[in-house]
Design a protein around this ligand. Structure first.
Ligand SMILES: [Zn+2]
Length: 640
C-alpha cells in the first residue's frame, strides 16, 4: 500500500518559512480497473508521445543551463556565509535577506527540476544522480544559512516589528512577524544544537515501523473462494477487502489483522516511542502539549481541532444513514466492519479518454470564472508541457501538483487511466495547480506557500464542482446512484474515518502526556471504542469484530503528529465554500481572493477572507446540508 501523504516531500525551506508547495492525493485505497484506450504503462518513457509529457526544458533548455545555475548557486552559497555575525543594522539585514531570497529561488528551481526528471523515470541512474546532487546543494544551503534565524531572533520584538512594518522589508513581513511569535519557543544556541542532533532519533520509530511493516513482518497465505492462493500483504489486503465475495472479505480481514496482531507489542512500542519523541520535543521547546506544537506554525488552536472533531461526531447519524443504504444494497442482514469496502455497485463506471476527462473538468470549473478556467485549460491541455498524463515504466505512482513559484510553471503529475476516478484526481490536482498559479501571480515568493489545510480546501472544492456538474447532467437513475455512492464513500473515508483518526491521536497523546503507558492493550481498547462509536455499533449500524482493534497498527499517519485533521478540515471547507460559491458570485469572488492570498496569512484568516468563519458553530451547516441531500436522494433511489 502506498500512502499518499505529502510528508517527506515538504519544500526545502520548511525550516525557515514553513511552507509547502507539493500536494499529493490522499490514497483512498480504491482500485480501478478500466479498459484504457491508450496504455503506455508497460512502455519506456521515450515511447510516450511528447505532447503527453511535461516539458522540463521550460526549467532549463539544456544541461549546460542547468550546470551554469548549479555553479552560480554553489558560489553564492559560499558568499552567503559572509553575512554571519553581521546582522546588526537594517542595511546588513536587508542584504542578507535579499541574498537568501534569491538563493532560495535558485536552489528550489534546481531541486524542482531534478525531482521531476527523477519522477519521470525513477530507474534512470542519471536522474538519481541529479537528485542526489540537488539534495546536497539543498543541505549546503541550509547549513550555510543556519545562522540567519538565530541571529534575527536575537533582535528585540520592537525591532522585528519595525522591520516588518518597513516598506523595503515588505517581502519579508510575514516571516519577520512569525519570528516574534516563535521567540518563546527558541532555546539557547547550545540547546538548539543538541536538539537538532536528536533529529535522527526522532525519526527512528517511524523508520523501524516502516521497515518492519513493509519489509519484514511475515504476512500469511490464504486461499480465496475461487481457489487462488494469495499472501495477504498490505497491498492484497486493500485489494481483496473490496471483493464482492463476502467470505473473501472476512478472510483477508482476519488473516491480515491476525498477522499484525502477532506483533502487537512491538508495534505498540514503535508508536509509543514516536509519541514520546514528539512529546519530548514539544516540552523541550516550551509547549504545554504536543498538539500545541503541531498546530503552532499554522496558528490553529487546540479548541479549533477539538471543535472540528466534535462537529463530525455530531453528524455521525448521516454516516449511519449511508451505511444503512450500503447494507441494503449489499443485501446483508448485518453489516460487519469487514463489509465496509465491499462495492455497493460497480463504482461510477465508464471509459473516459483523456480528452473527454479534460472537457468535463473544464466544464465543471466554469462557475469559478473565465480566468480560472483559462488557467486550468492551459495547465491540463496536452502539448502545453505542464502535465505528465499517462503512466510509463519507472514513472512515479499516484498524482501530485508541484506549484513552487521558483518553477517556470506549475506542473502536475498524473497516472491517468481513463476511469472516472482519474477525472476526479485530475480536477483535484488542478485545484492545487491553479491555486499555486494565483498565489504565485499575486504574492512574493515567501508568501506563496500555503498550508496543507488550505491546499486540501482548494482541491476538495474542485472535486465537489465535478460531482455537482455530473449530477446536474445525469438523469439516468442507475448512474446517479453510482455517482452518489462514490461521493458518499469518499465522505466516509476522507471525513469520518480521518476524524476518527484525529480523535484517536488526541486521545493517545493526551494519555501519554498524563503518564499512561501506551501498551498494545491500551491502544487496542482506545481504538476499538472509537471504531464502535463512529460506526454506530450500539445503534445497530455496523458490527465490529474485536479482533480488528489492531487496525491502528497499520496506519502510518499516526507517526506524523496531528496531520490527518487537515483532511477533515480541508474536506469540510471545500464543500462549504463550493456550496456557497455555486449559489452566489460574491461568495465565489471571496473564495478566489483567498486563493490569490496564497500563504500571506494564517489558515483561519485566509478562510475568513473566503467568507468562512471556521470557528463558528454554524461553520459547516451548508456542507452537511449538501451531504444530507445526497444521502436523501440515494435513499429515494435505493428505497430505505
Ligand atoms: Zn491534494
Amino acid at each position: 500500500m502506498k500512502s499518499k501523504i505529502n510528508l517527506g516531500q515538504t519544500k526545502i525551506f520548511w525550516m525557515l518559512f514553513s511552507s509547502l508547495s507539493i500536494f499529493s492525493l490522499l490514497f483512498l485505497g480504491k482500485f480501478v480497473s478500466s479498459a484504457q484506450a491508450v496504455d503506455y504503462s508497460s512502455l519506456e518513457r521515450v515511447e510516450v508521445p511528447a505532447i503527453y509529457k511535461w516539458n522540463l526544458a521550460l526549467f532549463y533548455p539544456n544541461n549546460v543551463a542547468f550546470q551554469t545555475d548549479k555553479a552560480l548557486v554553489e558560489k553564492k552559497i559560499i558568499n552567503f556565509k559572509k553575512n554571519s555575525g553581521k546582522l546588526t543594522n537594517n542595511t546588513a539585514i536587508k542584504k542578507a535577506l535579499d541574498e537568501y531570497y534569491g538563493l532560495a529561488i535558485l536552489v528550489s528551481r534546481l531541486s524542482g527540476y531534478a525531482s521531476k526528471v527523477y519522477d519521470s523515470d525513477t530507474r534512470n541512474s542519471e536522474a538519481i544522480g541529479l537528485r542526489k546532487m540537488t539534495e546536497k546543494i539543498t543541505n549546503d544551503f541550509e547549513g550555510a544559512s543556519s545562522f540567519l534565524k538565530p541571529e534575527l531572533l536575537k533582535l528585540s520584538d520592537a525591532k522585528l516589528k519595525a522591520l516588518a512594518a518597513n516598506k523595503s522589508f515588505n517581502k519579508f513581513d510575514v516571516f519577520l512577524n512569525g519570528l516574534i511569535r516563535e521567540k518563546k519557543h527558541v532555546l539557547s544556541e547550545k540547546e538548539e544544537s543538541i536538539l537538532a542532533k536528536t533529529g535522527n532519533l526522532q525519526n527512528a520509530p517511524y523508520n523501524i515501523y516502516n521497515t518492519f511493516l513493509t519489509g519484514e513482518l511475515p504476512y500469511q497465505k490464504a486461499v480465496l473462494a475461487d481457489g487462488t492462493e494469495v499472501v495477504v500483504s498490505p497491498y492484497n489486503y486493500v485489494k481483496y477487502r473490496q471483493s464482492s465475495n463476502r467470505s473473501d472479505r472476512k478472510l483477508v480481514f482476519d488473516n491480515y489483522f491476525g498477522a499484525i496482531s502477532n506483533y502487537k507489542n512491538t508495534l505498540a512500542q514503535t508508536l509509543s516511542s514516536q509519541v514520546e519523541a514528539n512529546i519530548f520535543r514539544s516540552q523541550a521547546k516550551y509547549f504545554n502539549t504536543a498538539i500545541e506544537e503541531a498546530l503552532y506554525s499554522t496558528n490553529l488552536s487546540v479548541d479549533y481541532y477539538k471543535n472540528l472533531v466534535a462537529r463530525v461526531n455530531k453528524e455521525l447519524p448521516l454516516l449511519w444513514r449511508y451505511l444503512a443504504l450500503k447494507k441494503k444494497v449489499l443485501g446483508l442482514d448485518e453489516l460487519r466492519y469487514n463489509d465496509l469496502y465491499a462495492p455497493i455497485n460497480s463504482s461510477f463506471s465508464g471509459v473516459y479518454p483523456y480528452s473527454e476527462g479534460l472537457d468535463l473538468v473544464l466544464e465543471a470549473v466554469k462557475p469559478l470564472g473565465a480566468e480560472y478556467e483559462k488557467q486550468a485549460k492551459l495547465t491540463l491541455t496536452p502539448g502545453n508541457g505542464r502535465i505528465d498524463i499517462y503512466p510509463n515504466l519507472g514513472k512515479a505512482t499516484g498524482a501530485y501538483s508541484a506549484g513552487d513559484k521558483a518553477d517556470p510553471v506549475p506542473y502536475i503529475l498524473m497516472n491517468y487511466d481513463d476511469s472516472y476516478l482519474s477525472i476526479s484526481t485530475l480536477i483535484h490536482e488542478s485545484g492545487h495547480s491553479v491555486h499555486s498559479y494565483l498565489a504565485n501571480q499575486n504574492q512574493s515568493y515567501l508568501k506563496t506557500g500555503y498550508s496543507t489545510l488550505i491546499a486540501e480546501t482548494a482541491s476538495t472544492f474542485n472535486e465537489n464542482l465535478l460531482l455537482e456538474y455530473m449530477l446536474a447532467h445525469e438523469t439516468d437513475q442507475e448512474k446517479r446512484k453510482e455517482l452518489l455512492g462514490d461521493s458518499l464513500e469518499t465522505m466516509r473515508i476522507t471525513l469520518f474515518r480521518q476524524a476518527m483518526f484525529a480523535e484517536f491521536e488526541l486521545a493517545i497523546y493526551t494519555a501519554a502526556e498524563e503518564g499512561t503507558p501506551l501498551t498494545a492493550e491500551y491502544l487496542n481498547d482506545t481504538y476499538l471504542k472509537l471504531v464502535k462509536k463512529y460506526y454506530g455499533e450500539a445503534e445497530g449500524v455496523v458490527k465490529v469484530d474485536d479482533a480488528y482493534a489492531i487496525e491502528w497498527a497499520q496506519v502510518p499517519h499516526f507517526y506524523f503528529d496531528y496531520y490527518v485533521f487537515n483532511y477533515v478540515g480541508g474536506y469540510l471547507n471545500g464543500l462549504e465554500l463550493s456550496a456557497k460559491a455555486l449559489k452566489d458570485s460574491a461568495a465565489r469572488d471571496k473564495y478566489l481572493s483567498m486563493l490569490k492570498a496564497g500563504g500571506s496569512a494564517y489558515p483561519l484568516d485566509l478562510l475568513k477572507k473566503a467568507g468562512l468563519d471556521a470557528t463558528s458553530a454554524t461553520a459547516y451547516d451548508d456542507a452537511f446540508k449538501v451531504i444530507e441531500q445526497r444521502v436523501s436522494e440515494l435513499e429515494k433511489i435505493v428505497g430505505k
